[in-house]
Design a protein around this ligand. Structure first.
Ligand code: GSH
Length: 229
């Protein structure tokens, strides 16, 4: 297999980058990883990233791909085994649920970074509704409940990793309320591709990131995470 040179531009705690790292590691594809500071991105990154966001995948040192879902489809297309279903309708549904998980990733971020107690409560409700809908869908939809690893899992794992890490009485996540999702996380958490998709000091880095932000939720979680490292 003659693979192109793959260079992933990353921010250490970004859940969207993590999707691509999971897929690259699952496929056992060699890649170069560069971390940038999103709070002060280098000029070359501003020039190369059309939306100013990570992840960016530079293919053969030249071609820039952006958007994690697109990057993951590309990685999937050039390496076996195929994770995207072959049938067009199932492909479309995969893309739709990955988009749904992008919304849930943002809902989780709003919750983790809410600046006031009211915003925190609102974000918790929004995120909980999103998880409830996903749990219902997994109960009745073979496509989502498949035991095989999928591109949907690559987008789900970063969310569930963070909820498990930030266990809290005021969390939208409660393993007992979401048995399908909790079961999925049980299956995903020990996969090397998922386990090794974040830096070894991920908890400390997340705590640092939150500590640099101001407001209700960051202060709450930074203290909690720091105590657990
Ligand atoms: N839809 C994008 C979202 C990527 C994203 O929001 N990345 C964040 C970091 S986790 C980012 O680069 N933010 C910088 C900014 O918005 O200026 C994807 O799936 O790749």
């Amino acid at each position: 297999m003659n693979l192109p040179h793959l260079h992933l531009i990353s921010f250490a705690i970004c859940p969207f980058v993590q999707r691509s790292v999971i897929t690259l590691k699952y496929k056992k594809v060699p890649f170069e990883l560069d971390l940038i500071n999103l709070l002060d991105p280098p000029d070359w990154f501003r020039e190369r990233s059309p939306l100013g966001k990570v992840p960016v995948l530079i293919v053969d040192r030249e071609t820039v791909l952006f958007e994690s879902a697109v990057i993951n489809e590309y990685i999937d297309a050039i390496t076996p085994p195929p994770l995207m279903p072959a049938e067009p309708l199932e492909q479309a549904r995969t893309r739709a649920w990955i988009e749904y998980l992008s919304e849930q990733t943002l809902a989780q971020y709003q919750w983790m970074t809410a600046s006031t107690e009211d915003a925190f409560e609102l974000a918790r409700h929004t995120a909980a509704r999103g998880l409830e809908r996903l749990e219902q869908q997994m109960t009745r939809d073979d496509h989502l409940a498949t035991p095989d690893f999928s591109l949907i899992d690559a987008a789900l794992a970063p969310i569930l990793m963070r909820y498990t890490l930030l266990e809290d009485p005021d969390s939208p996540w409660e393993a007992d309320c979401f048995p399908r999702l909790a079961g999925r996380w049980e299956a995903l958490r020990d996969m090397p591709a998922v386990r090794d998709s974040v830096p070894t000091d991920f908890t400390a880095q997340l705590a640092d990131y939150l500590r640099q932000r101001e407001g209700f939720a960051p202060a709450h979680f930074a203290a909690k995470l720091a105590a657990s490292t």
